[in-house]
Write a protein that binds this ligand. Structure first.
Ligand code: IPD
Ligand code: CA
Ligand code: CA
Length: 263
C-alpha cells in the first residue's frame, strides 16, 4: 500500500465528511447521552462514523476501523491496518457552540502510526502528518518545537483538576497554575493537541482520553518533536483509555517531576 495514495484518500474522505457535518446544521440535531448525562452523542457523530466506515470498507476491505461510536470493528489488537477515528471530537462544542470541534483520525499499521489528521471542521484547517515526513498545517510545513520556560508557558488543562478530585493531588496543580503564564481549555482533545503541535499551547494534559481522541495527534506530535506519554511517564496504549500529556520535551519532564502527582 502506497502511503501517499492512502494519505490522499484519507484527506478527501475527511473533507467530504466535514462538508456533510457543516450541512447538517440546516436540520435539527438528535442528542443522546452515553456513559453519563454530559457524555453527549448526536445523530451526526453516528452518521459521520458510518460514512467513513462505508467508504473505507469499500476501498480497503482488509483495513479495520476503531471508531468511538462503535460501528467499526471489535479491536483487540493493532495488527494490520487500523483506522482510529473520532468522527466528532468535541461533541459538546458541536452542540453548544457549533464550532471548536474536529475530525480526529490516525492510520496505523501493525501498531506504527503512519498517518495522522486533525481537521478543525468549522475553520477548514487540516493539520496532518505522515511518518518521517513532517507535519503540515493546510499544506504548510509546521516547524519543530522549540523549548519554552515554564513561567512563559500556556498549558491546556481543565479547571476540574485544580480542585479536589479523584485522579490528582490538586496541590501540585495549584502550584502549576501559580507558575505558568496562563491556562486554556478548549473542549476538544484533538484541537488541544493540534495547538501544542503548532506551538499555540506549550502542553496539554487530560485524565482520561480514548485511543480515537489521540491516535491521529500522536502521529503528528512525533513529527514536531512533542513528547507524548501518560501521566505516569509511560507509553500510551492505543487499545485502552489513558491519562495523557503532550508537551515540549524539557517542559514534559518538568511538569511530571514537579507538578503532576497522580493519586
Ligand atoms: C471529548 C473531548 C474533550 C475531552 C474528553 C473527550 P468527545 O471527546 O475531546 O475535550 O476532555 O475526554 O471524551 O466525546 O467530544 O468526542
Ligand atoms: Ca473524543
Ligand atoms: Ca467523539
Amino acid at each position: 500500500m502506497n502511503i501517499h495514495t492512502l494519505d490522499k484518500y484519507a484527506k478527501s474522505l475527511i473533507k467530504e465528511a466535514a462538508e456533510r457535518i457543516r450541512f447538517s446544521f440546516s436540520s435539527e440535531l438528535i442528542i443522546d447521552s452515553k456513559s453519563e448525562a454530559n457524555d453527549l452523542v448526536t445523530n451526526i457523530d453516528k452518521e459521520t462514523e458510518q460514512f467513513f466506515i462505508q467508504h473505507i470498507k469499500e476501498n480497503f476491505p482488509d483495513h479495520r476501523i476503531f471508531g468511538e461510536e462503535g460501528f467499526g470493528d471489535d479491536i483487540q489488537d493493532l495488527n494490520g491496518y487500523v483506522w482510529l477515528l473520532d468522527p466528532i471530537d468535541g461533541t459538546m462544542n458541536f452542540i453548544h457552540q457549533k464550532k471548536n470541534f474536529a475530525i480526529s483520525l490516525g492510520i496505523y499499521k501493525d501498531g506504527v502510526g503512519l498517518l495522522g489528521y486533525i481537521y478543525n471542521v468549522m475553520e477548514d484547517d487540516l493539520l496532518s502528518a505522515a511518518l518521517d515526513e513532517g507535519a503540515f498545517f493546510n499544506d504548510v510545513r509546521v516547524p519543530k518545537l522549540v523549548p519554552s520556560k515554564i513561567e512563559q508557558s500556556v498549558i491546556g488543562v481543565n479547571a476540574s483538576w485544580v480542585v479536589p478530585n479523584k485522579y490528582l493531588e490538586h496541590d501540585g496543580m495549584i502550584k502549576l497554575m501559580q507558575t505558568v503564564r496562563g491556562t486554556r481549555s478548549y473542549g476538544s482533545a484533538a484541537i488541544e493537541i493540534s495547538y501544542v503541535v503548532m506551538g499555540k499551547l506549550d502542553a496539554y494534559m487530560s485524565m482520561r482520553l480514548s485511543p480515537w481522541d489521540i491516535a491521529g495527534g500522536m502521529v503528528i506530535a512525533k513529527e514536531v518533536g512533542a513528547v507524548v506519554t501518560n501521566l505516569s511517564n509511560e507509553s500510551i496504549n492505543l487499545l485502552e483509555q489513558n491519562t495523557f500529556i503532550i508537551a515540549k520535551p524539557i517542559l514534559h519532564k518538568e511538569l511530571l517531576d514537579n507538578y503532576i502527582c497522580l493519586k
